[in-house]
Design a protein around this ligand. Structure first.
Ligand code: CU
Length: 182
């Protein structure tokens, strides 16, 4: 699935792929914000986006970025109303110690999904303006070297979208009519 500015709507968009594979993509523009003029913003696809609940001063956001343009691109920055600072971090073993490192930019090769997921690359939300509770949403403004910028809205949840979809299927099975989607 590809999101171009024309597809960016203020409402939360959930896409479900049939055929046994259930996957949800949550992408949205900020309400009240006019669509951006950068036509190239649609060249970067955002999927599997979510934020872990956090009652601490920092939090972590995860998403997968796929560059559908014909040129190499890079995530060069991010901001969020939910945090004072937003940084892209990598996690690497340094001897026996796991260290987080700040990346100035995250390269996005053509056509290769770059996954930011627990245990590896992540978006660090530093100086949270409020605790992140399951069911909340976090807005992220992503800036790319070539593709302009993109506003996405991430659900706060304790499981990855893939794991949550599985869990929701079980929940729906247990309680008919339950709707866990916002
Ligand atoms: Cu980090």
């Amino acid at each position: 699935m590809r999101f171009t500015p024309a597809h960016l709507r203020p409402a939360l968009v959930s896409g479900f792929l049939a055929g046994g594979l259930l996957f949800a993509v949550l992408v949205a523009g900020f309400p009240g914000m006019a669509p951006k003029a950068q036509a190239a913003a649609g060249d970067v696809e955002v999927s599997d986006a979510w934020v872990r609940p956090s009652a601490a001063k920092t939090g972590a956001a995860y998403l997968t970025l796929t560059n559908h343009s014909g040129n190499a691109d890079a995530l060069t920055g991010a901001t969020s109303p939910a945090a004072a600072k937003v940084q892209v971090h990598s996690m690497e073993m340094d001897g026996t110690i796991m260290r987080m490192r700040r990346l100035d930019e995250l390269p996005l090769p053509v056509g290769t999904p770059v996954a930011l997921a627990p245990g590896g690359l992540h978006i660090m939300l530093i100086g949270l303006t409020r605790p992140l509770k399951a069911g909340d949403t976090v807005e992220l403004h992503l800036s790319f070297e070539n593709a302009g910028s993109l506003d996405v809205r991430l659900p706060v949840q304790s499981l990855s979208p893939a794991a949550k979809a599985k869990s929701d299927m079980h929940d729906m099975h247990a309680t008919p009519g339950a709707d866990n989607h916002p």
